[in-house]
Design a protein around this ligand. Structure first.
Ligand code: PMP
Length: 420
């Protein structure tokens, strides 16, 4: 590129409706946790492609496999046909993920993105139960197409539809009304109390850690009780692990130590590895009732993503990545806890699991300001929460201690700058 970053940026901004406003530069290269723009400026990445790069940018192992596959004229279309790449992925997924966890699920490819897996889950739950309503939660985020948006709690996002979205009912997420309020009791009354006018839902859909909604962490006991609510009423339990899954919280599935067994699991973002679009829907065999063709599409089996996904799964053949995430979690928590004590003015609260951490800030507009300054200082970070009040710390899981500390120090110095 002969043009400077901001010249290209203005061209792009004037021509397309894009996301890039939050990060006004033009990125050109990336490796593991570092991004570079066309001016040669480097950034530490605490955003990881919105969670799609758990294994880092341009992961070396995946890159090599992808090049070999293309050089060998491997199938590159994404139709849901039988291909050797798909067969290898399914075998590996079964061997490395499902079998060791004693999980019995059918694997479906619902389309390229997170919203596709959510749509498939909602649609199947309705077909299986013959019921219409879906229950989801305050501050939930499940996607931007009509079905997934209808179960997304964020009002601003829902307003994008212009008219009310039907068939959904929102319940309070764990601790939404504080520690004292028994949300499960409330939910049971909501479902069973005829006076509320709510019919038994087809499904309850939830994130074990709400990503876009502000890094809200559900207690394991709360998840178990939700699971009981579902079992007693034959409600399909859908866990949306699109963001919290694929190792983000330290284990491959975010729910695997909770004792719950979802009927449907949604995965996307990092399942393909390498940032390639891929999604899967895991379905309990007894509710796998769709006939061939009842749910299909052109881009359901991304063969290039199967190649990189197999490499991604090798990270789960041993405990190393899990241990790294746990170690990094500790570093982030200690750092942020100290930051909160050092600067009481920011009214900070730290929460999260694994490398899905949030720093909630009690001053309106402060988190957005910190992100803007952090970007100028070389750190890519996003806000989340209903009022964008939470800083989201979500680097690639493959980040090393040096990179992690570098990013955290930029975060601290950005907070300092914003206080002044
Ligand atoms: N579910 C969750 C929990 C998500 O975080 C997201 C994306 N942020 C989605 C679904 C939708 O995924 P996509 O943007 O790929 O459609």
């Amino acid at each position: 590129y002969k043009k400077k970053s901001m010249e290209i940026f203005e061209d792009i901004e004037s021509d397309v409706r894009s996301y890039c406003r939050a990060f006004p530069t033009v990125f050109t290269k990336a490796e593991n946790y570092t991004l570079q723009d066309v001016d040669g400026k480097e950034y530490v990445d605490f955003f990881a492609g919105a969670g799609a790069l758990n294994y880092g940018h341009n992961n070396h192992k995946m890159k090599k496999k992808l090049i070999d596959y293309i050089m060998n004229n491997g199938i590159t279309h994404s139709l849901d046909m039988a291909t050797s790449a798909k067969a290898v992925f399914l075998e590996k997924f079964n061997e490395v993920i499902l079998k060791p966890r004693k999980m019995n699920y059918k694997v479906m490819f619902p389309g390229p993105t997170g919203t596709n897996t959510v749509e498939s889950a909602l649609k199947l739950a309705r077909k299986v139960t013959g019921r219409e309503t879906i229950m989801s939660f305050t501050n939930a985020f499940h996607g931007m197409t009509l079905g997934s948006l209808s179960v997304t709690g964020n009002k601003f996002k829902r307003h994008g539809a212009g008219v009310p979205l039907n068939h959904s009912v929102f319940a309070p997420y764990d601790k939404y009304y504080g520690d004292k309020f028994d949300t499960i009791n409330y939910i049971e009354k909501l479902i069973d109390g005829a006076a509320t006018g709510i019919t038994t839902p087809a499904a309850i859909i939830l994130e074990t850690v709400q990503g876009e909604g502000g890094i809200n962490v559900a207690e394991f006991e709360w998840l178990r009780r939700i699971s009981e609510v579902c079992k007693l009423r034959e409600i399909i339990l859908i866990i949306d692990d699109v963001q919290a899954g694929c190792g983000r919280t330290g284990t491959f599935f975010s729910f695997e130590n909770t004792g719950i067994e979802p009927d449907i699991v949604c995965l996307s973002k990092s399942i393909g590895g390498y940032g390639l679009p891929m999604a899967i829907t895991l379905i309990k065999p007894e509710i796998d009732i769709w006939k061939p063709g009842e749910h299909n599409g052109t881009f359901r089996g991304n063969n290039l993503a199967f190649i990189t996904a197999v490499e991604a799964l090798t990270y789960w053949e041993n405990d190393d990545l899990h241990k790294d995430v746990m170690r990094h979690e500790e570093t982030v928590k200690i750092f942020l806890d100290e930051l909160v004590i050092k600067y009481p003015i920011i009214k900070g609260e730290v929460r999260g699991r694994g490398l899905m951490q949030g720093l909630s800030l009690g001053i309106e507009g402060f988190a957005e300001k910190v992100c803007k300054i952090a970007f100028e200082k070389g750190l890519i970070m996003e806000t989340c929460g209903a009022n964008k009040e939470v800083l989201k710390i979500m680097p690639p899981l493959t980040i090393d201690s040096v990179g992690l500390m570098k990013g955290l120090k930029v975060l601290e110095s950005s907070v300092e700058t914003c206080i002044k």
